[in-house]
Design a protein. Structure first.
Length: 378
């Protein structure tokens, strides 16, 4: 028999079937093991809350087996493929009890605070399966993403690990190979359209004409769906090394691609901040000159005032290319403080916009990068 359960990295649950316990087969040479009775009247939300809050340890007074429980997963890893930032995507796996005794899930833990598992049932009878739906709630970070959920099974020391992966991108995958390794100044970057029917042109890379490493000639050759280009920041000191290598394209959904640049040479002093921002950069994509684009970021901190008392100072580097305004508001859902950042490119601005906005409050300053591609109004 198979029973369907939803284990969602961002909460979703629905039952696809019920178990017929009368069909459980007895193990050879003995009586059938007693079935574990599921708590009566619990909703999916109640089960989820109980498992999330439960201690991730075995209860006292029970026999505990060293090792993994008799469970099979199909597939071992849920690959969601490509997905856009700030979106959700789901897949599924089948968890089967391949032993001869009922199994109970005692607790659930996720490796990321932004993922919240939900589950319809916590019990799997012998020979039965549950289908687990895994939903990844991607944030603004791009690149390969791996998420884990650990399920602790009663009577076994080793938890079951559920893995979901995805490549978060704006329609163009990036793969970075540092040459030589152990440094971040020079790298080979492979760009590949997630849709092989959508070719694109690389307009600039790092503020300069792209250096193609795959024989591509932009003068003679037609646009492709994939390229290999060179990142070269050898001219910068450690203090000058940019945080992002910005690639400008005419791809319909990837007008700018931001490749993070780790700085292994600079060890900035670690300071305690009165507040932080939920994002280190905002990728605004394709922007029309003269048109405003808004994004919201959360303000993080333990002693923040309400929005009407949060008096702050805003400065930014490229005042001749764009205008930036910031307003504060209280989030009605959870009471957190948010900032609405509005960016307006000036009418004559064209090309990559790479600005840095500084927000100061209470003697502390936090920075956020603004990245976009400005085009002429249509």
């Amino acid at each position: 028999m198979r029973k369907t359960t939803f284990l969602v990295l961002a909460i979703a649950a629905a039952s696809l079937g019920a178990c017929d316990r009368k069909k459980d087969a007895a193990p050879a040479g003995g009586d059938a093991p007693p079935a574990i009775e599921e708590p009566a009247g619990e909703t999916s939300e109640q089960i989820t809350k109980r498992l999330l809050e439960a201690s991730f340890m075995q209860p006292s007074g029970i026999e505990v087996v060293s090792g993994m429980p008799p469970i099979s997963l199909d597939p071992d890893l849920v690959d969601l493929g490509d997905m856009m930032p700030n979106t959700k995507k789901s897949g599924s796996l089948v968890m089967k009890n391949v032993g001869d005794k009922p199994l109970r899930i005692l607790a659930l833990r996720s490796t990321c605070a932004c993922t919240v598992p939900g589950i319809q049932s916590d019990t799997i009878q012998p020979g039965e399966s549950i289908t687990i739906e895994l939903e990844l709630d991607a944030n603004s970070a791009t690149g390969a993403t791996l998420r884990y959920i650990m399920a602790l099974i009663e009577g076994y020391t080793q938890p079951v690990q559920l893995i979901v992966q995805a490549d978060v991108n704006y329609g163009v995958r990036t793969s970075v190979t540092y040459d030589p390794p152990d440094q971040a100044r020079t790298a080979d970057i492979e760009l590949r359209s997630t849709d092989e029917s959508v070719p694109f042109t690389v307009i600039s890379a790092g503020g300069m004409a792209p250096k193609f490493l795959d024989g591509f000639d932009p003068v003679k050759d037609e646009p492709r769906t994939h390229y290999t280009i060179r990142q070269d920041f050898s001219m910068y000191s450690a203090e000058q090394l940019p945080r992002w290598f910005i690639i400008e394209t005419d791809h319909p959904t990837a007008a700018v691609i931001d490749v993070p640049v780790p700085n292994y040479e600079l060890n900035p002093e670690r300071l305690r901040h009165r507040f932080n921002l939920s994002e280190s950069r905002l990728v605004l994509g394709r922007m029309e000159a003269g048109e405003s684009v808004q994004r919201t970021v959360r303000v993080l901190g333990g002693d923040l005032p309400p929005a009407e008392e949060f008096t702050f100072l805003v400065t930014h580097a490229l005042e001749d290319l764009c205008g930036v305004s910031v307003s504060s508001s209280d989030n009605e859902e959870d009471g957190t403080l948010s900032l609405v950042i509005e960016v307006t490119p000036k009418p004559e601005t064209r090309g990559v916009l790479f600005d840095r906005v500084s927000i100061s409050w209470g003697g502390d300053t936090r920075e956020i990068d603004i990245i976009g591609r400005v085009v002429a109004p249509e």
